[in-house]
Write a new protein. Structure first.
Length: 117
């Protein structure tokens, strides 16, 4: 049976239409950003397990970071701490294979894209 994929945009459109509930089954897959957006916008996901569908388990991101700036007023981790966590995670996974200057450029670009800077 074909799977139905939901993206962040799909969840935003659902919420805009007032649809605040989504049944998640084996045939329904949410991207990681869609899962986070659903949490952010209050779209309830009914699912049998506690893990977001199709999202990998990443223990190096155990500390939650609010990726939706309009969702809450909870304070985000300091940028320096976040940069350090990212560098540490990359080092743990790739060792010294990544050029430090390139890594800093990538981190800066990502933080800019998610509105952290």
């Amino acid at each position: 049976m074909p799977k139905i994929f939901f993206t962040e945009r799909d969840i935003e459109e659902m919420a805009a239409r007032g649809e605040m509930f989504l049944e998640v089954s084996d045939e329904v897959v949410l991207t990681e950003l869609a899962y986070e957006k659903a949490q952010c916008l209050g779209v309830r996901l009914h699912q049998t397990n506690s893990l977001p569908p199709a999202a990998p388990i990443r223990p190096y991101l155990a500390q939650a970071v609010n990726s939706c700036p309009e969702c809450s007023t909870s304070q985000k981790p300091a940028e320096a701490e976040l940069r350090k966590r990212i560098r540490d995670a990359v080092a743990a996974r790739l060792g010294t294979q990544v050029d430090p200057a390139l890594l800093e450029t990538i981190i800066t670009r990502v933080l800019n894209n998610v509105g952290m800077k």
